[in-house]
Design a protein around this ligand. Structure first.
Ligand SMILES: Cc1cc2nc3c(=O)[nH]c(=O)nc-3n(C[C@H](O)[C@H](O)[C@H](O)COP(=O)(O)OP(=O)(O)OC[C@H]3O[C@@H](n4cnc5c(N)ncnc54)[C@H](O)[C@@H]3O)c2cc1C
Length: 512
């Protein structure tokens, strides 16, 4: 944290002035492109455009981090090395903290994919927005996830939508959470011309022959919703053409899903927002939200921001601190690692270059990343595991999936925090206040594409373009009293029970 504050001395006041002037005089946004400053020097906003390096380069992290999690590098001299995503992007400007009390139309809280997408779409609609982040852009899950793009509203997939909704509603929600979410990522990448290593297609591989039934049912449910993107294949085709592992019994090949470098995507969205004159303040922790006669005041450790029209909570697991409604989520820790460049061609392991999820209780997920490296993630734990335990676990999983990699090694690993709801769907709400507060949480480890799409839905609701966000708020959720406190006990307990069920009946697909 000290490292960040020392390194990120930004003249945010300039950016603030730029944002306000840009909204008043559209031509000023042209000037804005040359006026972002760092260390009081003139910087072109184009320098915020993410630049992917040919390979990751070890360095200390410039991102703040929740004290419960960590990043590890095999040669780390620094206590907080950059994770693989940060290390594989060129150094990037950060933003100073809130310089003084300000006001705007909409305050977006949280510099993850949800906050960035919402802020960008609102700015595109001409709304005056300030985005605040307690650490840095990408310090949360959006800069630390597996980068797999899968359809669905978190764990609400096609079958559940068909079960819970009318056919028309289910079709609309599925389209929103699949093709629209994926396409929007591409549109934004193209509109703001940034790279994010986007690739197309996704594999869900069956770890037991009995899991092929649910995979076929999933493909069938998607077809009933008008989605013909899934092809079901058997083990030989899978092994020959897609992934050279002998542990699978077949798979669904999904042409809608895909992969992305998530921190590059996030920085790209922030770049777009800054280009439109958006104001961004990091190292600015929000401590409370209060309504008064003049609107709503977002209080931070650095000063207050008055929002005249709306507040958006894109704070993921911290949402409960700001809302008075029922608590519906429980946090969990989950982990990702990246190998050094492999001694063999990674195409001999994953000839299709598609990312893979499997169907076991504690899923393995992995994909090829730049310079012949393998990125591999898994586990969901109630307490944060140590780097040693995580590395041992993930190495053991890599050896199980790819025994041909005789002595796999890891170069990077890190933990992250996600949150789950009991029904598996994301919980979206909008308060009834005159200055409404929007919030979305409960991603269950799925949200790379959906955060981007839901950010647009929040903006569309605010500008009254459509009622997509209302569709999300109509999903019912169960209360989890004391969710965040119960998690260290409840997560292992639930996993234990589910583990027994899947051991007794391995053909049943039980996922966490
Ligand atoms: C290890 C891991 C692997 C994952 N893998 C995948 C995957 O492969 N595919 C997939 O689809 N999803 C995956 N996910 C889930 C996905 O990353 C999340 O759904 C998504 O990033 C959530 O985005 P967000 O913007 O809501 O939250 P975040 O990215 O967590 O952003 C929230 C931000 O709010 C800030 N904040 C919190 N409190 C405050 C405050 N008081 N004041 C100001 N700012 C505050 C935080 O610092 C943070 O930057 C994974 C998650 C993890 C942790």
């Amino acid at each position: 944290m000290t490292i960040n504050r020392r390194n990120f001395i930004f003249t945010a006041a300039t950016l603030a002035g730029v944002g306000v002037l840009s909204s008043v005089f559209p031509t000023f946004s042209l000037l804005a492109q040359t006026l972002t400053t760092a260390d009081a020097s003139i910087v072109n906003i184009d320098k915020l455009r993410p630049i992917l390096l040919e390979d990751a380069q070890y360095r200390a992290s410039r991102l703040g981090l929740d004290p419960r999690i960590w990043s590890w590098h095999k040669d780390a001299a620094d206590p907080m090395p950059a994770n693989y995503y940060e290390a594989s992007l060129a150094d990037w400007s950060a933003f100073g903290s809130l310089p003084r009390d300000l006001s705007c139309e909409v305050v977006v809280i949280g510099g993850g994919l949800l906050g960035a997408s919402t802020a960008l779409h609102l700015a595109e609609a001409g709304v005056d927005v300030i985005l605040v982040e307690k650490d840095n852009i990408g310090s949360g899950a959006s800069g630390r996830n597996g980068g797999q793009m899968t359809p669905g509203i978190a764990r609400w997939e096609a079958e559940t939508m068909l079960e819970k909704l009318s056919s028309d509603e289910a079709k609309r929600l599925w389209r929103f959470a699949s093709v629209e979410a994926m396409n929007l990522v591409d549109e934004l990448r193209d509109r703001y011309s940034f790279g994010c290593d986007r690739k197309y297609g996704h594999i869900t591989a069956a770890i037991h022959a009995g899991h092929m039934g649910p995979l076929v049912a999933n493909a069938d449910a998607r077809r009933r919703l008008g989605d013909t993107a899934v092809k079901v294949i058997g083990p030989h085709e899978l092994q020959e053409e897609y992934v050279r592992s002998g542990i699978y019994h077949g798979a669904n090949i999904d042409s809608i899903g895909g992969q992305v470098q998530p921190l590059a995507l996030l920085r790209g969205l922030i770049y777009g927002f800054a280009k439109l004159g958006g104001q961004i303040y990091d190292n600015t922790k929000v401590t409370g939200i209060r309504q008064d006669a003049g609107g709503t005041v977002v209080e931070t450790e650095r000063g207050a921001i008055r929002a005249s029209k709306a507040v958006v909570l894109g704070v993921h697991g911290s949402t409960g601190k700001f809302i008075s409604g029922p608590s519906t989520t429980m946090p969990f820790f989950t982990y990702v690692a990246v190998t050094p460049p492999l001694p063999m061609n990674i195409k001999d392991l994953i000839p299709s270059d598609l990312p893979i999820y499997d169907t076991q209780l504690q899923i393995d997920y992995y994909r090829a990343v730049r310079n012949n490296r393998l990125l591999f993630g898994g586990q969901g734990t109630g307490n944060s595991w140590s780097p040693r335990d995580v590395n041992n676990y993930l190495l053991e999983r890599i050896r199980t999936v790819f025994p041909q990699l005789e002595k796999p090694e890891l170069e990077y690993s890190w933990g992250g925090i996600s949150d789950l709801t009991l029904n598996g769907a994301t919980d979206a709400r909008k308060s009834g206040d005159s200055v409404p507060v929007y919030m979305v949480h409960g991603w269950s480890g799925h949200g790379v594409a959906q955060t981007v799409r839901i950010g647009k839905a929040i903006s569309d609701d605010f500008t009254r373009r459509n009622n997509d966000f209302t569709m999300l708020t109509s999903i019912d959720h169960m209360n989890i009293p004391l969710g965040s406190y119960l998690s260290p006990v409840a997560i292992p307990l639930v996993k234990g029970v589910l583990g027994v069920i899947s051991t007794l009946n391995p053909a049943e697909m039980v996922s966490f």
